[in-house]
Write a protein of this length. Structure first.
Length: 388
């Protein structure tokens, strides 16, 4: 019997998730109801943050965070060149400009050194925010990032969309010990799924209240925070321009059910990643994922490094060969400054570390429902395709 196809990532849904969603569908609330409040409370407890603000996806989480921190025209945000374009786009949505930082060619992560280099290229504008991206689920040196950003007068917005379940120096990502906010995604290929969904965590109570307004058209319903002080029960105020970035109760119920199994999900991902590490140790053509100091990652991706030129194969041929063996793969990511829209805006600013990382990276399957023997199957397929 043919083995099932292994995509690079997929959700893990069980009967408890289905029942959680069914309870909402049988209730009076489909949106803006108690399931969202419960999910936010559990997420704050899980990450150690004082506040968690749910929203419609990871992109809106980033946009809300930057808007809530008053990023706007005339400002600059520093974004690593290797990330999904939403990180940079969120700054542009606010009217800010982006300066792209280079990354470590082995990990794809911004470093303190490349952050300093990017800061040196900010001129004629205010550096307002630095957005470290925890690529694949691994953290940068967040203490150093905070020190450098603070010295430059900038806030830190963690793009933690890959990093739910990861800890750095013993604290969960999302606790915001070294940042102003952290942003998460619950897309199906992430560690927990909501279909689509996002979250912002922060320890700033005033900012949390503002983010809750901004995600719902800028409307304030708490009489204690109203400007006109009306006491009619229907009264509400649009205090600033916001958006409809709400998460519905159906999505929140699914994500909360998944969150309750985060420890199980993380343990399985760590076991699978350790298996890949062992299989690829000393491999002639495929480099295992390089780990970063002080980080205990719950990996969203398992990217490997392959010198395709030395192997005498292009990456597309390797991916097609894996596909023929029933193995999915993906590339994370094309450098954002090389995308046509950003090239037209700034010229191609792709720095050398990002270019080198992109040229050699390939993401192998990693998801909770993989069998324990699947990494061996994947590496055997790689060997068959590449002739090793």
């Amino acid at each position: 019997m043919a083995k099932p196809f292994l995509p690079y990532g997929r959700q893990s849904i069980d009967d408890s998730d289905i029942e959680a969603v069914a309870r909402v569908l049988r209730s009076d609330w489909l949106t803006t109801g108690p399931a969202v409040d419960a999910f936010e409370a559990d997420f704050a407890a899980t990450t150690g943050a004082q506040h968690a603000i749910a929203c419609s996806n990871g992109t809106t989480a980033l946009h809300l965070a930057l808007a809530g921190l008053d990023v706007g025209p005339g400002d600059v945000c520093i974004v690593p060149a290797i990330t999904f374009m939403a990180t940079a786009n969120a700054a542009v949505y606010c009217g800010a400009d982006v300066v792209f930082a280079d990354v470590d060619a082995a990990t794809g992560l911004m470093t303190p050194e490349t952050l300093q280099q990017a800061i040196s290229r900010v001129s004629g504008a205010r550096l307002r925010a630095v957005l470290p991206v925890h690529l694949a689920g691994q953290c940068e040196d967040m203490a150093a990032m905070r020190e450098i950003a603070s010295a430059a007068g900038a806030v830190i917005v963690e793009d933690a969309c890959h990093a739910l379940g990861t800890s750095w120096r013993g604290r969960p990502v999302g606790a915001c010990e070294y940042s102003d906010v952290a942003c998460f995604s619950f897309h199906p290929v992430k560690t927990i799924a909501a279909g689509e969904g996002g979250m912002v965590t922060t320890n700033d109570s005033a900012l949390a209240a503002r983010l809750r307004r901004l995600r719902s058209h800028g409307i304030e319903r708490d009489p204690a925070r109203m400007e006109q002080g009306q006491d009619e029960p229907w009264w509400h105020e649009m205090q600033e321009l916001g958006w409809n970035y709400r998460l519905c109760d159906v999505q929140a119920a699914l994500a909360r059910s998944q969150l309750h199994r985060l420890d199980v999900f993380a343990a399985k991902r760590k076991t699978l990643a350790a298996s890949y590490d062992g299989l690829l140790a000393g491999h002639k053509r495929v480099g295992a994922l390089v780990r970063t100091p002080d980080c205990d990652p719950c990996l969203h991706l398992y990217p490997v490094r392959i010198d395709f030129a030395a192997a005498g194969m292009d990456r597309a041929s390797v991916m097609q060969g894996l596909q023929a063996h029933g193995i999915g793969s993906q590339v994370h990511y094309i450098p954002v400054p090389s995308q046509p829209w950003y090239r037209r805006r700034y010229g191609d600013q792709t720095p050398p570390g990002a270019a080198a990382y992109y040229q050699q990276t390939l993401s192998l399957p990693l998801f909770t429902d993989m069998a324990l023997g699947d990494p061996e199957r994947v590496v055997a397929a790689l060997d068959a395709v590449m002739g090793t």
